[in-house]
Write a protein that binds this ligand. Structure first.
Ligand SMILES: NC(=O)c1ccc[n+]([C@@H]2O[C@H](COP(=O)([O-])OP(=O)(O)OC[C@H]3O[C@@H](n4cnc5c(N)ncnc54)[C@H](O)[C@@H]3O)[C@@H](O)[C@H]2O)c1
Length: 346
């Protein structure tokens, strides 16, 4: 079987997920790693018996990699991916695919023009629970959707920001709680409910010494007419994870930390919706969460097959752009203190 030769760009915290996913994929082979910090690249290279590079262009030129996984600070994603494209190399890029919409548009256009694959990473999309909820919504199980709320209450210690100097900065992280941690939930709500027409947001940094937000709130109007709220914070102790509550004319679905905790239905709006057995059990949801790097494994194997079969990856660049666009609109609304309409060009 043909295996796509992968190189890892960025040997920091998330790189273990990338390396494990490549090694786990029957369609992939790990050939090289690179990091601007020599010790970081060398440590991973020694551990996995591959070549180490500190100059990413040298890796593109000499190692024979056909595809890269980009796991560097978010503000460097576009530059690295565009450089890869010059060498005819495919790229799967961590969230956010980049922090700047104009750069993302350039990435999408360049990879399409060169017939190269470009994909984003939102590993939660691969958890069966979200696919099942999406199907339920598409089938109209809950009727017309009226409200869709997303709560993301995370905890990042003060030392998280002190050690990771690029985290919570505008020019390298593209924001704080909403852009870095919250983007996973933002992607899910867009995937489940559809496009947003207008947003109004406020943010603050109440408890962490960072440039960007440690807490962001937004009010949304979806194109479908539904309304909703987003809360994203990294100062809630203990961490409460991601909760999604969706309410339609015929019922409600509630997801708490990737598990369906409420599936309520009625056919008669005069009657109270009743709690019924959800189509996926708590045990099934938990068993997926126990598989280490599950989502990264699915996405990287799919990306390799997309290259081999010359088809679209699960999350093409255009899809990965959507969450960044909504987050940029929320930040713009915060800065300008007024509602912002989408689509947004930059
Ligand atoms: N999908 C997820 O759940 C998830 C989880 C964590 C991080 N991430 C994303 O992964 C990215 C990296 O996050 P992290 O926590 O691993 O950061 P990190 O700071 O731990 O690691 C980043 C690494 O990139 C290296 N680097 C910096 N500039 C580089 C360049 N130009 N070329 C090569 N290497 C370079 C740094 O030396 C460092 O080793 C971010 O975009 C983040 O949003 C995603």
């Amino acid at each position: 079987m043909r295996r796509v030769k992968f190189g890892i760009v960025g040997c920091g915290a998330v790189s273990e997920a990338h390396i494990n996913a490549v090694l786990h994929s029957p369609n992939s082979e790990l050939v090289a790693v690179s990091d601007v910090r020599e010790e970081a690249a060398k440590a991973k290279a020694d551990q996995y018996n591959v070549e180490a590079y500190t100059d990413v262009e040298e890796m593109f030129d000499k190692s024979g990699v056909e595809a890269i996984v980009v796991g560097t600070p978010s503000g460097t994603h576009g530059e690295i991916a565009l450089k890869a494209a010059e060498y005819g190399i495919h790229a799967i890029v961590e969230k956010p695919i980049d922090i700047n919409l104009e750069i993302i548009d350039r990435m999408i256009e360049t990879f399409r023009r060169k017939n190269l694959k470009l994909a984003g990473v939102f590993q939660r999309r691969t958890y069966p629970v979200y696919g099942i909820v999406r199907e339920g919504l598409r089938r109209g199980e809950f009727g017309r959707i009226l409200l869709a709320d997303l709560y993301m209450k995370f905890y990042r210690k003060p030392s998280y920001y002190e050690k990771g100097v690029w985290k919570g900065t505008w020019n390298m992280d593209g924001g704080g709680a909403l852009m870095n941690q919250g983007i996973h939930g933002v992607d899910l709500i867009l995937w489940l409910i559809g496009e947003v027409e207008e947003v109004y947001g406020i943010y603050s940094h109440q408890a962490r010494r960072i440039e960007a937000d440690d807490t962001s709130l937004a009010v949304l109007k979806f194109r479908s007419g539904a309304m909703g709220v987003i809360e994203a914070s990294t100062i809630v102790n203990p961490d409460r994870g991601i909760k999604i509550e969706i309410h339609g004319e015929k019922g409600t679905v509630e997801i708490d930390r990737d598990i369906i905790v409420g599936w309520y239905l009625t056919h008669d709006p005069e009657e109270r919706a009743i709690d019924v057995q959800p189509p996926i059990s708590r045990e099934e949801c938990e068993s997926i969460k126990r598989i280490k790097y599950y989502g990264h494994k699915v996405l990287i194997d799919d990306f390799a097959r997309a290259i081999i079969e010359d088809r679209e990856p699960l999350i093409p660049g255009e899809e990965a752009r959507r969450a960044v666009e909504l987050i940029r609109a929320i930040y713009k609304s915060c800065d300008e203190r007024k509602p912002i309409k989408l689509p947004l060009k930059h």
